[in-house]
Design a protein around this ligand. Structure first.
Ligand SMILES: Cc1cc2nc3c(=O)[nH]c(=O)nc-3n(C[C@H](O)[C@H](O)[C@H](O)COP(=O)(O)O)c2cc1C
Length: 194
């Protein structure tokens, strides 16, 4: 098993869109999630919820995504590169859906709960990044996915979820080693106030 230091994981992580046709052992996914929940969260609420999906249910999910995106497209809505995402999800042996157990779809995010909602979503974002870095350290490839929102209701219904969808992460053994994608220089996005 590959073991990397934190800085290596940060530097080497890439969005992986091609996966080997090779299952990920359940124990490795368990290990990944055990590391993921070490992420910090506001008031230690730990709002994250994970649904690990494999096999035929994963294909059902991808089919729903394709159908949902097609319907939206027919209504003139731009679904970007959703088909490309669906292909990556199809290849990945495991999809982890991530939910906010403290939220519900359609919550009023501009109302009084905005602060708590934001705290929970930030906490879940941190957990997702922890998952990605831990996966890199374990030799796994990942893709953080928000295109699942093109079939939000349908996917949540398939999984029997009443809480708030946040994202999906595709997990598998990478079948590609992409170059680092470009970034704005940190100086461009940072101001110093003294
Ligand atoms: C919140 C979020 C949502 C994303 N959603 C998708 C997605 O739906 N489909 C996809 O192919 N990539 C998705 N990505 C991956 C980004 O495209 C990718 O992180 C970015 O292009 C930089 O590449 P890198 O991750 O290899 O550094 C998402 C990333 C984030 C952080």
């Amino acid at each position: 098993m590959i073991k990397l230091k934190t800085l290596d994981s940060i530097n080497l992580r890439r969005s992986i869109r091609k996966f080997e046709d090779k299952p990920v052992p359940g124990e490795l996914i368990e290990k990944l999630l055990a590391l993921t929940v070490k992420a910090p969260s506001g008031k230690n609420i730990q709002p994250w919820r994970f649904v690990v999906i494999e096999g035929p249910k994963k294909q059902d999910l991808v089919n729903l995504l394709r159908k949902g995106a097609k319907t939206l497209q027919q209504q003139g809505i731009n679904v970007g590169s959703c088909e490309w995402t669906a292909e990556s999800m199809e290849q990945a042996p495991v999809i982890i859906m991530i939910y906010n157990g403290e939220g519900q779809p359609g919550d009023d995010r501009n109302g009084i709960n905005r602060y708590q909602w934001s705290v929970n979503i930030q906490s879940i974002g941190g957990a997702i990044q922890t998952l990605l870095l831990a996966a890199t350290a374990l030799g796994l490839g990942t893709l953080w996915i928000c295109d699942v929102f093109f079939a939000e209701e349908q996917i949540s219904e398939l999984l029997g979820r009443g809480d708030e969808m946040v994202a999906a992460v595709a997990v598998g053994y990478p079948a590609q080693s992409p170059e680092a994608r470009p970034r704005k220089d940190w100086r461009e996005v940072t101001s110093w106030v003294k």
